[in-house]
Structure formats: structure tokens, C-alpha cells
Design a binder for this molecule. Structure first.
Ligand SMILES: [Zn+2]
Length: 142
């Protein structure tokens, strides 16, 4: 990357993109730009464009961040509950065998799309990966 690619958005006339609002909209599955259009067209498939305002989402590179944060959050919820139940009530083993995998699955399926939306919203707010106002750039140099 040469220095001509570096942009300081605080000093530019680009419209501000509030990060917390964008993250909250993405967490709710809404477009980080307008808050009206749906961010996903399937469970974890991000739409190419917002159906309301046309904002392009195909730039997003959430990659492994949503599962990473999902594992971290769900683990910090389930493991203390498991330890508390075991230490305070000594339930039979079958209770652990049924309860914790089911709770882990439900919580993971609930958090994963929300955290992916939040990551996409954050990337949009930070103008990462082509979410800026610059013209489309073909990575092949064409
Ligand atoms: Zn939109």
C-alpha cells in the first residue's frame, strides 16, 4: 500500500458514520446505513445491497469474527451456569448431558447472525474493505 491510499476520514468531508448506531442496526439485522432494509437475505447470508437505500454490503469481510465472538460470549454464559448448577445442586449426569448442549446450541444460533450483523455494521462505520465513498476498486487491478 502506498501513501496515496491512506485517507484520514476525520479530516475529509465524508459524512460521519456513528459506530454504535451502525453496530446496533447490524445487530438487529438492519442496514447500518438507513436502518430500514434487511441486512441478511438468508440466515447468515448478507445481501449484496440494501433493498431500501441501495447501500452495497458485498464489501463486508466478517470472516471468523462472528463465530469467535459467539464462542466467547456463549462460553462465558454457559460455563459459569454449568459450574453453579454442579456445585450447588449436584444434578444427575443426564441433566448436564441434555441441558448444556441444547442451551449452547440455542444461544449460538441466536448470537451468530446478530454478531455477524454487528461486525458488518462496524466495518461499514469504519469504511473498511471498500465501505468508503471511494469508487469501486477491482482487486485484480482491472
Ligand atoms: Zn439501507
Amino acid at each position: 500500500m502506498d501513501m496515496s491510499d491512506v485517507r484520514i476520514y476525520e479530516a475529509s468531508d465524508a459524512a460521519p458514520r456513528p459506530a454504535l448506531q451502525s453496530i446496533a442496526r447490524g445487530f438487529g439485522g438492519a442496514c447500518p446505513s438507513c436502518g430500514l432494509g434487511r441486512l441478511f437475505h438468508r440466515f447468515l447470508k448478507v445481501s449484496d445491497n440494501c433493498p431500501e437505500c441501495g447501500e452495497a454490503f458485498h464489501h463486508h469481510q466478517a470472516d471468523d469474527a462472528p463465530p469467535y465472538f459467539t464462542i466467547m460470549i456463549v462460553g462465558h454464559i454457559v460455563v459459569p451456569m454449568m459450574l453453579w448448577l454442579e456445585l450447588n445442586h449436584l444434578p444427575p449426569l443426564w441433566v448436564h448431558a441434555i441441558l448444556w448442549p441444547a442451551l449452547t446450541l440455542v444461544l449460538s444460533l441466536w448470537f451468530l447472525p446478530r454478531l455477524k450483523g454487528a461486525i458488518v455494521g462496524w466495518q461499514w462505520a469504519l469504511r473498511m474493505h471498500g465501505f468508503g465513498d471511494e469508487p469501486e476498486h477491482d482487486p485484480r487491478g482491472l
